[in-house]
Design a protein around this ligand. Structure first.
Ligand code: 6R9
Length: 652
């Protein structure tokens, strides 16, 4: 099979003998998913079983067919159905809960704003009318370049209402990254803001957008600018730039009929790192995506309308799309939106927000949990967190130690934890326990969800023995799956699909093991993608930015245990690597990708470890960065360099 090698040495810090933890009885009694027969039902019914998910939504026209799989790997879910995603997230809640809070927002400066479903309806409609007025038509892609402000989900919903796919670009990405995404998505419309606060300082986001505009090939025809900073920053607007507030005021009270979209029509595009240097545009279809997201929000995260739910991920990434916006709003709950960082103004910010809002379901990443652990249990312990009834984690593997800490100090020792595995491409949670039914095993994500045919296989595509490392694949289509790539069918097929004797397999790019009970442990990526601080980067993209610095000859980038970026860099013989080169490298990465990509550590080394065929042994460099044991290196072309690298790392 066409995979990079997965090696068996890595155990993901999982100690043997970690017993399964039963779902707490008090939880199971009230859980949304409480019938263990669900697994069997999905197995028996096949794709038809996913009708349950579609039935959670309001359809303009329900689909007769559940799945059209006549042209694999181009699958169509609910192909003859029609619906509008924004109507499902807003309008249909008006009868029952118009005055219930939909979004509670907390700004970096202690500001607060709340939107009831009625408020949300009014502003989404006004903006939808305004966007139309600016010329946005169905199928025009609108790029959204905003930090965590309520205007971001509102703009997403306004786009969805008029059938204009959105293309959200994480606010921390650079002008260059924004320009690439505007061009790749062929997007003529942009919604951005004047700026936002980073700690104490007002930061100019608009100037990044202006730079992107100069760089992009696509001519931006209209730009809408949210006033986040008021008088703190003077940002003049050009003729074809419009104040968000003025648009919403001018169209206040107008209603825009939600455009009925085919279930297979594009809801949004999200750029993510792939196996080559250029990001790829993952396309999500309206009906399958929203069905899967709504079903998992209810059945995995156990969210109900009377919850106060908080997904701490940035909306600029897929987790924020699916579980910060579409999931919670489609099921009609109250969702919290937080603009700041977890340690500002103090390290108890998260716990303060949970207590203040009586958050009942909290979803975050192992990176964040590791920081909480480092800061100490005294911070959560100073707050009343008894409102919490379920915890979730996503983005990378969680160690049993972190799992137990999270449960004890945040979950009161009682709350179930769902360790959810999924990807930008899968659209929604794909492997996880069902919290009221399935026992948890700390450090293992759990079995595939009902209806997800995930398998850990070897190079030939055959299932591996329990405990043996293999490749995580999915052997049958699922509703939340990407409908394709912006870069075309060929790239989509090549990136993700393998045709075997018994059909098509989706390659996740992750290595994994599976135990006797079918629980999957994720070993990490087997391709050139690294996950750090919940962001996904392509190593080649980062490395080429570093190698562009004067005097640098080679670079290899890895992630370490703390979610930090470590760059190993070699320089020309006549160059003495110094502080200024470090700065240059950091600056180049900030320019090319964004501040999030600045390395935490730069290790200058005389050479990089290579295989005989000249491939950089990134896995070995990762082990060194993590201080992990590594195996025999004698097969390397240059084994002598390993010792030098180790001492260079230690000197850091
Ligand atoms: C949702 C999201 C996807 C990659 C994925 C895998 C890693 C996600 C995980 C996990 C271990 C989990 N990943 N969830 N690894 N345990 N529970 O993160 O999407 O940014 O596309 O990243 O994240 O390596 O392939 P995305």
């Amino acid at each position: 099979m066409d995979y990079a090698g997965v090696d068996g040495r890595r155990t993901n810090g999982l100690e043997d003998g970690d017993d399964a933890v039963e779902p707490p009885a008090g939880f199971s009694d009230r859980a949304v998913a409480s019938d263990a027969g669900l697994y069997e039902a999905f197995a028996e019914e096949g794709p038809e079983a996913w009708r349950r998910a579609a039935d959670l939504l309001d359809w303009e026209r329900p689909s007769e067919t559940v799945l059209d799989d006549s042209d694999p790997p181009f699958y169509e879910w609910f192909p003859d159905g029609r619906l509008n995603a924004a109507a499902n997230c807003v309008d249909r809640h008006l009868d029952e809960r118009r005055n219930q809070l939909a979004i509670r927002w907390f700004g970096k400066r202690g500001e607060r704003r709340s939107y009831t479903y009625l408020d949300l309806h009014r502003e989404v409609n006004a903006l939808a009318a305004g966007l139309r007025d600016l010329g946005v038509e169905e199928d025009d892609v609108v790029t959204l370049y905003l930090p965590m402000v309520p205007e971001l989900p509102i703009a997403m919903l306004a786009c969805a209402r008029i059938g204009a796919p959105h293309n959200v670009v994480f606010a921390g990405l650079s002008a260059e990254a924004l320009a690439t995404r505007i061009d790749a998505a062929d997007s003529e419309y942009l919604v951005t803001c004047d700026g936002y606060y980073r700690r104490e300082d007002a930061f100019n986001q608009k100037s990044k957008a202006d730079n992107a505009r100069l760089r992009a090939d696509v001519d931006l025809s209209e730009t809408v600018v949210v006033d986040r900073l008021g008088d703190a920053l003077d940002v003049p607007l050009g003729d074809d730039e419009h104040e968000y507030e003025a648009i919403v005021d001018a169209h206040d009270g107008e209603t825009v009929e939600p455009v009925a979209r085919d279930a297979t029509d594009l809801l949004f595009v999200m750029y993510t790192s792939g196996t080559t240097g250029r990001p790829k545009g993952v396309e999500h279809a309206t009906g399958g995506y929203l069905s899967h997201v709504a079903w998992t929000t209810r059945n995995v995260l156990d969210v109900r309308p009377d919850d106060t739910y908080w997904c701490a991920a940035d909306i600029g990434w897929i987790t924020g799309h699916s579980y910060g916006v579409y999931g919670p709003l489609s099921v009609g709950t109250t969702t919290l939106l937080y603009e700041g960082s977890p340690d500002y103004p103090d390290r108890d910010r998260v716990w303060d927000l949970i207590e203040r809002n009586a958050v009942s379901v909290f979803y975050t990443s192992p990176t964040a949990i590791r920081s909480f652990m480092k800061w100490g249990a005294e911070y959560p312990e100073a707050h009343d967190l008894s409102s919490i009834r379920l915890l979730g984690t996503v983005g990378e593997s969680i160690t049993p130690k972190a799992w137990h800490w999270y449960r004890k100090h945040v979950g009161g020792g009682e709350a179930p934890i769902v360790d959810t595995w999924w990807q930008t491409e899968t659209g929604a949670i794909s492997l996880a326990t069902l919290p009221g039914i399935t026992p948890m095993k700390p450090g293992k994500v759990g079995p595939p969800l009902p209806g997800i045919d995930a398998r850990v296989v070897d190079e030939d595509g055959d299932p591996v023995e329990p405990g043996e490392p293999g490749y995580l694949t999915i052997a049958a289509p699922w509703p939340g799956m990407l409908r394709g790539l912006r870069e075309g069918d060929e790239r989509y097929r090549r990136e993700y699909w393998l045709e075997g004797d018994d059909g098509w397999r989706y390659r996740t790019g992750d290595g994994a093991t599976v135990d006797e009970d079918g629980y999957v442990t994720i070993l990490g990526r087997v391709d050139d993608v690294i996950n750090v601080r919940t962001h996904r980067f392509n190593t080649a993209e980062l490395e080429s930015a570093i190698v562009g610095a004067d005097g640098v000859t080679e670079a290899a980038v890895v992630g370490d245990d703390d979610g930090k970026i470590v760059a190993y860099v070699t320089t020309r013989g006549d160059i003495d690597p110094d502080e200024s080169l470090r700065e240059t490298i950091g600056e180049r990465l900030a320019q090319a990708v964004g501040d999030v990509a600045r390395p935490d550590r730069i290790v200058f080394t005389p050479d990089l470890p290579k295989t005989r065929s000249g491939k950089i042994m990134r896995r070995l460099l990762e082990d060194i960065a993590r201080g992990d044991e590594f195996g025999d290196v004698s097969a390397l072309r240059n084994p002598e360099v390993v010792g030098e690298i180790e001492s260079a790392v230690r000197e850091e």
